[in-house]
Design a protein around this ligand. Structure first.
Ligand code: CDP
Length: 130
């Protein structure tokens, strides 16, 4: 499956993380907001829909960062991470999930869903190269 993830940064360079709700796969772990692309959707449309559904924000501009495959013991996914450069609205936890803003370099990898760890690493490297 093709899973979209959005990397939103605030004015201080902190990135937005969402906690997976109880009852879902990897409940309690933190991830970049996003979800599965539906058939017929472009990646960008899927990302925009997920950000609207989960956070209530309207995507204005995003750039692809990296797409990495992951295998959760049988279910394979491609985690397609985009830097969300501009959006409208204040992110709100519309699905009951906790949210936090954190500087990428200070995120404890252990709290992240495993597939998101190499995405964070790529973001940190991109930030330090900028
Ligand atoms: O929101 P939707 O139900 O479409 O998707 P999801 O259940 O949140 O995510 C689908 C799969 O992608 C699950 O196995 C999640 O653990 C995984 N995922 C991930 O590893 N990292 C993300 N940032 C988002 C989803």
């Amino acid at each position: 499956m093709h899973v979209m993830a959005g990397l939103l940064r605030d004015a201080d360079g902190r990135v937005l993380l969402a906690q997976r709700p109880p009852g879902k796969h990897l409940a309690g772990m933190w991830e970049f907001p996003g979800g599965k692309r539906e058939p017929g959707e472009t990646p960008l449309a899927a990302l925009a829909r997920e950000l609207r559904e989960e956070l209530g924000v309207t995507l204005q501009h995003a750039e692809p960062l990296v797409a990495l495959p992951w295998n959760y013991g049988g279910h394979e996914l491609l985690l397609d991470a985009w830097r969300v450069e501009a959006w409208i609205g204040e992110p709100r936890p519309l699905e009951g999930q906790a949210l936090q803003w954190q500087l990428p370099a200070l995120v404890d990898m252990a709290i992240l869903t495993p597939a998101d760890r190499p995405i964070l690493q790529t973001l940190i490297e991109a930030c330090s190269a900028a």
